[in-house]
Design a protein around this ligand. Structure first.
Ligand code: NAD
Length: 504
């Protein structure tokens, strides 16, 4: 393992009131390159005073920012998208080093966030109110979508560029100020994006960053000056954040864990379908909330299992910078957890068609957190590999006789993040799309994450709160609708005192 001289390891600053400052905490964690265990930097667990200072800076910046003209706000995001594009290679390199995904996929991570920034630049069209004339004689009613105040965001490790960009650009474009708590496992690319946001012109105090884990998250949930919290992460933590922050009177949206099923009907285009499934199951080493983790083969499609396994076996493992098919998983703990789930799968009677544990690797990859593509067949509900979100390169294959049976399997699963059907039949696809109880549906599309013209609409156990990230829904999430009813008196007309509810 490479040795690290602690004094030469960079520390990640906090951002408070427009200044990058060193935390005074005594508690630091290492940010570790998952491909070789090199410590890249150290991240502080911010103190309660630092969290309060970040919220206070956001609170102080709010009165001026909420009145900043639409055009000024929009132009910051126009500039920001240009800066992100110009720095794409360097952002992707940082992301790959700290997170492990391939460089090409890291660029995709940044790019999907960039699309939200582009959308934030259209805020003028998104934050329009409504107006009705003459709701009574001479009375008009109109609405404003007003910013809430200080909002906060808590993000997971798996998309350290895209998910912070789901949050602060739209919140700030709507006129709010923001406190971001990035994942403590890979906050470096997030900080690079934050620096670019300041360069784009986000004023002091409008965007703040605190680092930490449970204590900092709890402090944000409890803080009386924070009006709304966006969370993306695991179901366990998201459920805690939702209840704790709701209890403190905040608006909360939590996007959480998943178990995404894809149904394959025998009339599907075989080659396209298998390629799509293998890419969606094992890309990013299965660490996507929309990864396909269960394939339901229907009827004759069960005969495709050997070909599915062979395609999975052909994928190449390597450090993200080599741009092969899969990089390492995020940490040694994550690797041990995934391997334990694979062992449990065997123990519980699933058939291990392809075992990715202990892959053969050259000596220079020996320290990486590598797990190869793993495929189980004969998987049933009740087995840990089916019931739990593995969040690694492990695909479970379930067998069904009919489309109805396959739909019933998915609808009985508590999660509702994403699902897909592979078929050449319009009628089957339409039936699936109508009857499936999952918030994001793909038809021959394995990872149906909507672009920011729409909203991310995971459902059931994958989500708490009504409104999703980005698109139209997030404008409603980050604003309060105020309805104004107005009348202007004409000088010498009076109808006397009116004690009824009529307005005229
Ligand atoms: P996580 O829940 O461990 O961490 C998410 C955030 O919560 C981090 O910022 C972390 O510091 C904080 N946190 C961790 N433990 C905490 C605790 N006990 N109390 C308060 N805060 C705590 O999630 P992760 O492992 O970083 O990310 C992977 C998970 O995120 C997966 O379950 C994945 O499905 C989910 N995810 C969901 C979506 C979606 O849109 N539905 C998108 C990406 C990731």
């Amino acid at each position: 393992m490479p040795s690290n001289d602690i004094s030469s390891i960079p520390t990640i600053p906090l951002l408070i009131g427009g200044e990058f400052v060193q935390s005074r905490t005594s508690e630091w964690r290492d940010i570790v390159n998952p491909a070789n265990q090199q410590v890249l930097a150290r991240v502080p667990m911010a103190t309660p005073e630092e969290v309060s200072a970040a919220v206070a800076a956001a609170q102080a910046a709010f009165p001026a920012w909420r009145k900043t003209p639409i055009g000024t706000r929009a132009r910051i995001f126009l500039k920001y998208q240009e800066l992100i594009r110009a720095n794409m290679k360097s952002l992707a390199a940082t992301l790959t080093a700290e997170q492990g995904k391939t460089l090409a996929d890291a660029e995709g991570d940044v790019f999907r966030g960039l699309e939200v920034v582009e959308h934030a630049a259209a805020i003028g069209n998104l934050q329009l109110g409504e107006l009705a004339h003459n709701v009574a004689n001479g009375v008009d009613t109109y609405t404003r979508l007003q910013p809430l105040g200080v909002c906060a965001g808590i993000t997971p490790f798996n998309f350290p560029a895209m998910i912070p960009l789901w949050m602060f650009p739209m919140a700030i474009a709507c006129g709010n100020t923001f406190v971001l708590k990035p994942s403590e496992q890979d906050p470096m690319v997030t900080m690079q994006l934050v620096e670019l946001a300041l360069q784009a012109g986000i004023p002091k105090g409008v965007l703040n960053v605190v680092h930490g884990a449970a204590d900092v998250v709890n402090a944000l949930c409890d803080h009386p000056d924070i009006k709304a919290i966006s969370f993306v992460g695991s179901t366990k933590v998201g459920t805690h954040v939702y209840h704790r922050a709701s209890q403190a009177g905040k608006r909360v949206q939590c996007m959480m864990g998943a178990k995404n099923h894809a149904i394959v009907l025998p009339d599907a285009h075989k080659e396209q379908t298998l390629n799509a499934l293998v890419g969606a199951s094992f890309g990013a080493a299965g660490q996507r909330c929309m990864a396909v983790s269960v394939v339901v083969l229907v009827g004759e499609a069960n005969q495709w299992l050997p070909d599915l396994v062979e395609k999975a076996r052909s994928l190449k493992l390597g450090p993200g910078q080599d741009n092969l098919d899969l990089g390492p998983v995020i940490s040694r703990n994550a690797k041990a957890r995934i391997e334990a789930l694979i062992a449990q799968g065997v123990q519980q009677g699933a058939r291990l068609e392809l075992d990715g544990r202990n892959p053969e690797l050259p000596p220079d990859m020996a320290e990486g957190n590598y797990i190869g593509p793993t495929v189980f067949s004969n998987v049933r509900p009740g087995m840990a590999i089916y019931d739990e979100e593995v969040f690694g390169p492990v695909l479970s294959v379930v067998s069904a006789d009919t489309l109805d049976e396959a739909i019933a399997v998915i609808n009985a699963n508590p999660h509702g993040n994403g699902t897909a059907v592979f078929t050449q039949s319009g009628a089957a696809a339409r039936k699936f799309e109508e009857e499936i109880d999952v918030g994001q549906v793909g038809i021959n599309v394995p990872i149906p994450v909507p672009v920011p013209l729409f909203s991310f609409t995971g459902s059931r156990a994958s989500k708490l709160g009504d409104l999703g990230p980005y698109g139209k829904q997030v404008v409603l999430f980050y604003t309060q609708t105020k309805t104004i009813t107005s009348r202007w008196f004409e000088d010498d007309v009076s109808s006397g005192v009116n004690t009824t509810i009529r307005l005229h």
